[in-house]
Design a protein around this ligand. Structure first.
Ligand code: S3P
Length: 424
C-alpha cells in the first residue's frame, strides 16, 4: 500500500476506538458472570472478535450490534466443552487469559492461533497453571501453541512473577478465582490493572497491597453494563503525529488514562511536547480529552518501572525520538522481543530503511535525532503497531513510502486510515 506521505499541519478531532485490553476482559467477565452483560463502545478489532468467537465455541450466547455487545452469561458452569479448536488468531491476550479460565473448567479444550502466536512464549502461563493443578500440554513441553488443556479443580498458589506481564497476572487471577483458598500474585513492576478493576466491577473481590494482589477462590460474578473507554495505545499514534508533524494540532476525545497505561503521557511531557488534558473523569477507568500540538522534542532515557506502563507504545516512541534533538535511550524492555513481532528488530530495521539513526540494544534501542526521514519500501511484518508507526513515519517523508501488509492494523484499529485521512 502506498502510504499518505509528505504532509504537515495535521488538524482535527479523533474519537479514539475502544480499548483492546478492556474489550477482551469485558467479554470474558460477561461470559463467566450470571445474567446479562452489555458492553458499549466495544473494540471491533480482529483480536477482540477472536475472543468473542472463542466464548461462543464455549457455549456462551453473545449478540453483536455494532459496538454494542450483549452477553447472556450462565456463570462459570455455563461454559461447555468446545467441539472445535479455539482459534485465537493474532491475540496474545485471548490466548493467555483464556488459559486461566479453562484451567479450572472440567473439560478438554485446544487453543491455537496464527503463525505469530505460534512463536510467542506460553510457558509463562502454563508453568504456574500446572503448579495450580491444571493438566496442560503443548508444543515443546507447553512452551508454544497448540495448547491442550484438561481443566479441573485448582489449588491456590503464591506466585512471584518472573516477568512484568498483565497477561500472566490476569491468567493467574482467572485461575485463582476458581481455586481452593487464596491466590497471591507478586508483581515485579505494576502492570495494567484492568482485570483487578473488572473483578470488582462484576461484584467480586480482589485486594492489592503494595506489589501483591490476592483473590479468594470460588468467586462468582453478576452481569453488568460496561462502557469501554478509548484505547490510549491507539491514541498514541495520533499523539505522536501531533507532536512531531510541524503545524499540527490534534484533539483526541475519550482517551483511557488509567495510570498503569499512561506512561506515554509522562514521556511526551518529558520530551517537551505541547499537550493539554481536559474533561477528566474517573468513573472506574479514568478518561479524558488530550490536545496535542507540534513542538520541538528532546531526547530522554526511558526504562525501569515506566516500561510496563508504555510497553505497546515503544514503536511510536522510537519514531518520535527520530524527530527529537539528542539521544533517546530505551532500556529494560526485553519484553519487546516476544510481542506480535520482535519489536526491537522490527522497529530498528524498518526505521533504518527510512533513514533513522537507530541501533538495537539487547534490552531496547538507542535513537539519535533529529533526522529527516526518506521514502522506501517497509513492512509491518504482520504487526499492527509496526504498521501504524510506519504510516505516521511516512507523513514526514517527501518521497513515497510503500507498506507491505497494512491489513494487520485491523487487529486493534480497524478505522485507522479513515481517522488519519480526517486529519490530513
Ligand atoms: C496486554 C498486556 C501486555 C500488552 C498487550 C495487552 C493485556 O502484554 O503488551 O498488548 O491486555 O493484558 P504482556 O502482559 O505480555 O506484557
Amino acid at each position: 500500500m502506498r502510504l499518505p506521505h509528505n504532509h504537515s499541519h495535521l488538524r482535527g478531532v479523533i474519537h479514539v476506538p475502544g480499548d483492546k485490553s478492556i474489550s477482551h476482559r469485558a467479554i470474558m467477565f460477561g461470559s463467566i458472570a450470571q445474567g446479562k452483560t452489555t458492553i458499549r463502545h466495544f473494540l471491533r478489532g480482529q483480536d477482540c472478535l477472536s475472543t468473542i468467537d472463542c466464548f461462543r465455541k464455549l457455549g456462551v450466547h453473545i449478540e453483536e450490534d455494532g459496538q454494542q455487545i450483549t452477553i447472556l452469561g450462565k456463570g462459570w458452569e455455563g461454559l461447555e466443552e468446545p467441539k472445535d479448536i479455539l482459534y485465537t488468531g493474532n491475540s496474545g491476550t485471548t490466548t493467555r487469559l483464556i488459559m486461566g479460565i479453562l484451567a479450572g473448567r472440567p473439560f478438554h479444550s485446544v487453543l491455537m492461533g496464527d503463525e505469530s502466536i505460534g512463536r510467542r512464549p506460553m510457558d509463562r502461563v502454563v508453568l504456574p497453571l500446572r503448579e495450580m493443578g491444571a493438566s496442560i500440554s503443548g508444543r515443546e513441553n507447553g512452551k508454544f501453541t497448540p495448547i491442550s488443556i484438561n481443566g479441573g479443580s485448582l489449588r491456590s498458589i503464591h506466585y512471584k512473577m518472573p516477568v512484568a506481564s498483565a497477561q500472566v497476572k490476569s491468567a493467574l487471577l482467572f485461575a485463582g478465582l476458581q481455586a481452593e483458598g487464596t491466590t497471591v500474585i507478586e508483581e515485579m513492576a505494576p502492570t495494567r490493572d484492568h482485570t483487578e478493576k473488572m473483578i470488582k466491577e462484576f461484584g467480586g473481590e480482589c485486594i492489592r497491597e503494595g506489589m501483591t494482589i490476592s483473590v479468594k477462590g470460588s468467586q462468582s460474578f453478576e452481569g453488568r453494563d460496561i462502557y469501554v473507554p478509548g484505547d490510549i495505545s491507539s491514541a498514541a499514534f495520533f499523539l505522536a503525529a501531533g507532536a512531531i508533524i510541524p503545524g499540527s494540532e490534534i484533539i483526541l476525545k475519550n482517551v483511557g488514562l488509567n495510570p498503569t497505561r499512561s506512561g506515554i503521557i509522562d514521556v511526551l511531557k518529558e520530551m517537551g511536547a505541547d499537550l493539554e488534558l481536559s474533561d477528566l473523569s474517573s468513573n472506574g477507568e479514568e478518561t479524558g480529552t488530550i490536545v496535542i500540538r507540534y513542538s520541538q522534542l528532546k531526547g530522554i532515557e526511558i526504562g525501569g518501572s515506566l516500561i510496563p506502563r508504555l510497553i505497546d507504545e515503544i514503536p511510536i516512541i522510537a519514531l518520535m525520538a527520530t524527530q527529537a534533538e539528542g539521544e533517546t535511550v530505551i532500556k529494560d524492555a526485553e519484553e519487546l522481543k516476544v510481542k506480535e513481532t520482535n519489536r526491537i528488530d522490527t522497529v530498528v530495521g524498518e526505521l533504518k530503511k527510512l533513514g533513522a539513526d537507530i541501533e538495537s540494544r539487547k534490552d531496547g534501542m538507542v535513537i539519535r535525532g533529529k533526522t529527516a526521514l526518506k521514502g522506501g519500501k517497509v513492512s509491518s511484518f504482520g504487526d499492527h503497531r509496526i504498521g501504524m508507526m510506519l504510516a505516521i513515519a511516512a507523513l514526514l517523508s517527501k518521497d513515497p513510502v510503500d507498506l507491505d501488509n497494512p491489513e494487520c492494523i485491523s487487529v486493534s484499529y480497524p478505522n485507522f486510515f479513515d481517522d488519519l485521512q480526517k486529519l490530513i
